[in-house]
Design a protein around this ligand. Structure first.
Ligand code: MTE
Length: 320
């Protein structure tokens, strides 16, 4: 019997990933980017190389008027490689609500991340709803340099700004029966075009055990590169879990719920044999269709051996 493999939207053959970082098909790019604002279009003339694409992305971010966030870097979190260029990171994102490709930055114009409320409920003594600004004012904001590893085997190293998830959990006081935490992204098909696809379990959901959620590394990011999160990185608030494959780091969170059972999650529901609920970075366990032994950095294409738990074993190995 022949079995037919359905490729997830994010599957990108290695050859394609490489050429994306070095060279773009000019015509395809002009067609897609032509949807941008006038000043963006102005920059497109002769647009061909990665440098030119980065200039367009930079211009678009300037037009978003992201507020600067000044805060101290937490020096406990260092990285072993150069930081990824801000505009390369912003030009190559996964956000399936907007695109099945990496061109999310061209498709987020309708998305409105302000005003924003995040609701924390379930098995907690103090369920609460927070306006994002109030939550930020209550939390100890810091900057952390983290490695980020996508299950597709690309990686980046970026400066996130935010606060430990644990600090929010302390505010709501989970009950002793709470063993799992579920996270849910917005549901706004009028702003995020792909949410009308009925064969996918929108809204995007993810989950952690409560022990993972209170780990020091689990971080709620509200900024990156010294300012608020751009839409394509998950404005206004997203999870960052550097020891896990990137799909666990859910973007644009609206709900956090505590429960006593493992929640169903977006990718695990779609392809359970490929996208595990735990999904820790592990060079020794190949994805069913590609190796996880090494990773390639965005922009430079530099290749590094994958590290167990993405190099964060001293923080998390005791959880498993
Ligand atoms: N969150 C939502 N809501 N929707 C998504 O499609 N993609 C995930 C994760 N969070 C995704 C998401 C995947 S596959 C990865 S690798 C990271 O976001 C990518 O984060 P970045 O695009 O900011 O680099």
């Amino acid at each position: 019997m022949t079995s037919i493999k359905i490729l997830p939207d994010w599957f990108l053959p290695e050859s394609q990933a490489t050429s994306e970082s070095i060279y773009m098909n000019r015509r395809r790019f002009l067609k897609k980017a032509g949807l941008g604002s006038l000043s963006t279009i102005g920059l497109l003339a002769g647009c061909q190389t990665l440098e030119e694409k980065k200039a367009v992305v930079k211009q678009k971010l300037l037009e978003e008027r992201l507020r600067p966030i000044t805060t101290a870097r937490n020096l406990a979190f260092t990285i072993d490689r150069p930081l990824t260029n801000e505009y390369s990171a912003a030009a190559y994102t996964n956000f399936y609500e907007f695109s099945g490709d990496k061109d999310v930055w061209q498709k987020v114009d309708k998305f409105q991340p302000h005003p924003w409320t995040i609701e924390v409920s379930g098995l907690v003594a103090k369920p609460q709803k927070f306006a994002i600004e109030d939550l930020i004012s209550k939390m100890p904001i810091e900057e952390r340099l983290y490695r980020h590893r996508c299950v597709e085997a690309w990686a980046m190293a970026v400066p996130w700004i935010g606060f430990p998830l644990k600090r929010l959990i302390e505010l709501v006081e989970p009950k002793a029966t709470a063993t799992y935490v579920k996270f849910t992204t917005f549901m706004r098909p009028e702003q995020a075009g792909r949410q009308i696809l009925h064969n996918q379990p929108w809204p995007y959901t993810e989950g952690l055990t409560i022990k993972e959620a209170v780990n020091e590394l689990a971080f709620l990011a509200v900024g990156i590169y010294g300012h608020e999160l751009p839409k394509q990185h998950g404005a206004p608030i997203r999870l960052v879990l550097p020891w896990k494959y990137g799909y666990k780091s859910i973007k644009s969170i609206e709900k956090i719920e505590f429960s006593d059972r493992q929640p169903p999650t977006f990718w695990n529901m779609r392809f359970p044999e490929e996208y595990d609920f735990l999904a820790n970075v592990n060079p020794n366990i190949a994805h069913p269709r590609w190796s996880q032994a090494s990773e390639k950095m965005l922009e430079t294409g530099d290749r590094y051996a994958t590290q167990m738990y993405n190099g964060y074993a001293s923080y998390v190995a005791n959880l498993y």
